[in-house]
Design a protein around this ligand. Structure first.
Ligand code: ATP
Ligand code: MG
Length: 251
C-alpha cells in the first residue's frame, strides 16, 4: 500500500523545506518517491541531490518524436513514457526523485499529459510513500497529477492571507473528484503561541489536524552556505514539527 502526501500552500511558506525533511524522515520507514511538482525545481536542492531530466522535457521530446514520425511503431507511447520516466528518476538513499519541470507550453500535446499521469501513478505504486511538493497557490490543484491523496499538508505562515489560501485549497480539493483522506494545516515559523486572530480563522475554516512549527534558527545559516535542509541538526524546531507530522501520517 502506498501513502500519498501532497504538500501545498501559499508561496514561500516552507513547502519545499517541509517536503524535504518529511521525505528524509519517511525514507527511514520505507522507500519514498519524491515528486517536485514546482516548475522552479528546487526540492532537489533541499534534499541535496542533482536533477538532470524533467517530466516536462520528456513530454516535449515525445511531442517532437511524434510530430517527426520518428517514434518506433513497435513501441507504444505509454511504454515510451514509462521508460523515459524510469530513466529520469534520480536515485538516492531511501528515496527516488522525479522533477516535473516546465508545465505544458503552447501547442501542448494534451494526450501526453494523461499518459504521463498514468506513468507516474503506476510508478508510485512501487513505493511505500509518495510525497509531492507543489508549486505555490491554487492553480495546480485543478490539474492534480495524482488522483487520490491520503494526506494533504497545507502550509501557511502566520498571516491571515496564508490561512485563507489554505482554506481555498481545502475548498477546491473537496470540490474536485480527488479523494483526500486527511487535511493537516501546518503553521510554519511561529514564535510562541498562535495569535488569537489566526486561531479564530483556523477554527472557522476547520482543519482535521493543526501543527505549529517554530521559526528555526539553524536554517538561515544552511541557506547562506548552500547546505541542504536535510542537514539540519537534531533538535531543530523543524525536525520536531516534521516528526509530529509523520506521526499523523503513520510513519
Ligand atoms: N521553520 C522555519 N524557520 C526558518 N526558516 C524557514 C522555516 N521554514 C522555511 N524557512 C525558510 O523560508 C524560505 C522559504 O521556504 P521554502 O522554499 O521551503 O518555501 P516554499 O513554500 O517551498 O516556497 P515556494 O512557494 O517559492 O516554493 C526559505 O528560505 C526557508 O529556509
Ligand atoms: Mg517550494
Amino acid at each position: 500500500m502506498t501513502t500519498t502526501i501532497v504538500v501545498a500552500g501559499k508561496g514561500g511558506t516552507g513547502k519545499t523545506t517541509i517536503s524535504a525533511l518529511l521525505i528524509q524522515l519517511l525514507s527511514q520507514k520505507g522507500v519514498v518517491l519524491a515528486i517536485d511538482a514546482d516548475p522552479a525545481t528546487n526540492l532537489n536542492l533541499a534534499l541535496g541531490v542533482q536533477v538532470e531530466e524533467s517530466v516536462g522535457k520528456i513530454r516535449e521530446d515525445m511531442s517532437e518524436a511524434v510530430s517527426k514520425g520518428i517514434l518506433s511503431p513497435s513501441i507504444s507511447k505509454q511504454e515510451y513514457l514509462d521508460s523515459k520516466i524510469m530513466a529520469a528518476l534520480v536515485e538516492s538513499k531511501g528515496f527516488d526523485l522525479l522533477a516535473v519541470g516546465r508545465p505544458e507550453g503552447p501547442g501542448c500535446y494534451c494526450a501526453a499529459n494523461n499518459m504521463l499521469r498514468l506513468s507516474i501513478d503506476k510508478l508510485g505504486k512501487n513505493y511505500a510513500y509518495v510525497v509531492i511538493d507543489s508549486e505555490a497557490g491554487l492553480e495546480h490543484i485543478s490539474r492534480q497529477t495524482t488522483r487520490d491523496v491520503d494526506f494533504l499538508v497545507i502550509v501557511s505562515d502566520l498571516t491571515q492571507r496564508g490561512v485563507k489560501t489554505a482554506g481555498e485549497i481545502k475548498r477546491l480539493i473537496r470540490e474536485m473528484r480527488t479523494q483526500v483522506g486527511r487535511i493537516c494545516l501546518v503553521i510554519n515559523r511561529t514564535s510562541g503561541d498562535i495569535p488569537v486572530e489566526i486561531n479564530n480563522l483556523i477554527e472557522q475554516i476547520g482543519f482535521e489536524q493543526l501543527i505549529a512549527i517554530g521559526q528555526d534558527p539553524n536554517l538561515s545559516d544552511l541557506e547562506v552556505r548552500g547546505v541542504p535542509a536535510t542537514q539540519l541538526p537534531d533538535g531543530s524546531p523543524l525536525r520536531a514539527g516534521i516528526a509530529e507530522l509523520a506521526r499523523g501520517i503513520g510513519g
